[in-house]
Design a protein around this ligand. Structure first.
Ligand code: GMT
Length: 383
């Protein structure tokens, strides 16, 4: 198949999923055309099946807000035509689904019927999309997509509850490449960070409010009151400065290191003992899956799709959002040397259920069904 993938090319989870999906599809022999405003950060290998089309994006003094969506739709039109694509797969509804709708309508005037699949990732539904300033367009463009997928059952339900959706939504969970995300031998690194055998706690996110970074600091503060421990904070974003201040105020800054954005998070996760994800909302929790693939148990909130990934008392624990005391108790239980090995083994076992080799065929057969359905309805109705 020849597939166009539209996504945010940044460090966010939806961009990572879209890029890894494209890479895996390319390895299977499909031609994958990324259409984005800059090279996706994980598009890091050469393949004869991978292509990148940058959205040409010109500003003009009249534009206080340059119309990116129009430039994106125009690019989709030209790539679909030039590359003879079979399908467009857009990740994150805003503004990708509505730009795809516009491209589809333009192409239709030239007799080209391009099927569009939209994947909902989370905040495009649970936070941003619900806002009255976007809701009508989000509802319309989801309903106009030829296929819609959500990354968890919870997100599927929330989409139906929040919007007037007339389309079927297929759940295809996020995935992990276990070959890449397997525990690596990094003993020297562990020794450098935890010279006295301290427990190593890790948090990875884009440091936005929804991640409740303050809870990460509070849980860690409580943990290190009981046992020797270190915390690595990976990623960057608007809440970082506040978290660094909190670490200084709590007097734990010597035990906390902010590493910023890292490409090879698996190297750090390979030496971690516990992953913290106390998010307010989390449609799936890809970073938690990445941790589990490196044999790291997870303390998370019991929100969104997290209970579909993190299994209570098996791969870690789930607590109510904001219940820092409960998270601390459970973290200390996991870090007990009698309990840790079983949690680590269970985390890996669970991660294997989300291996790319299991999830990729779900996308491939979904694409085939959508392409067939669209072709069928074009034949039937001429539309
Ligand atoms: O909101 C974010 O954290 C970023 C966002 C994204 O789209 O880049 O992440 C969402 O999509 C990820 C990939 O599907 C999911 O693993 C995250 O759980 C989800 N984030 C939220 O729901 C907050």
């Amino acid at each position: 198949m020849k597939i166009g993938i539209v996504c945010y090319p940044t460090f966010g989870g939806s961009g990572v999923v879209a890029t890894e999906l494209g890479k895996a599809l390319a390895k299977e022999g499909h031609s994958i055309h990324f259409i984005t405003y800059s090279q996706p950060s994980r598009l890091d290998f050469l393949s004869e099946n991978l292509f990148y089309h940058e959205v040409d994006f010109h500003s003009y003094p009249l534009f206080e807000y340059p119309p990116y969506e129009l430039a994106l739709a125009s690019k989709m039109v030209s790539v679909v035509k030039d590359e003879k694509l079979d399908l467009l797969h857009v990740h994150y509804a805003i503004p990708h689904a509505s730009a795809a709708y516009m491209a589809k309508q333009i192409l239709k005037t030239e007799g080209i019927y391009i099927p569009v699949v939209t994947t909902l990732h989370g905040t495009d539904i649970t936070l941003v999309g619900k806002d009255a300033s976007y809701e009508p367009v989000v509802t319309f463009s989801i309903n106009q997509s030829d296929g819609v997928t959500a990354v968890s059952e919870d997100l599927r339900k929330e989409t139906y509850a929040s919007f007037r959706i007339t389309n079927d939504i297929e759940v295809i969970p996020n995935f992990i490449d276990l070959e890449k995300f397997k525990k690596q031998k990094k003993d020297h690194f562990k020794k450098a960070i935890c010279p006295n055998g301290e427990a190593l706690v890790v948090h990875i996110s884009n440091f936005r409010k929804v991640k409740r970074i303050g809870d990460v600091m509070s849980v860690f503060y409580n943990i290190q009151q009981e046992i020797p421990a270190k915390l690595l904070m990976i990623g960057d974003g608007p809440e970082r400065a506040k978290a660094e201040k909190q670490a200084r105020e709590l007097g734990i800054h010597d035990n906390v290191r902010f590493l910023g954005k890292l490409e090879a998070v698996e190297e750090v996760l390979s030496v971690a003992d516990l992953f913290l994800m106390p998010s307010e909302k989390e449609s799936f929790g890809l970073a938690a899956l990445e941790a589990m693939a490196c044999e790291v148990p997870v303390i998370s909130s019991n929100t969104g799709g997290l209970p579909e990934l993190n299994v209570q008392g098996i791969t870690g624990f789930l607590s109510n959002v904001g219940d820092v005391e409960d998270m601390t108790r459970k973290a200390l239980f996991i870090l007990d040397k009698n309990n840790l090995p079983a949690f680590k083994a269970n985390a890996l076992k669970r991660a294997k259920e989300f291996d790319i080799s299991r999830i990729l065929p779900l996308y491939e057969s979904y694409y085939e069904r959508v392409i067939k359905r669209v072709a069928g309805s074009v034949q039937l109705t001429g539309l």
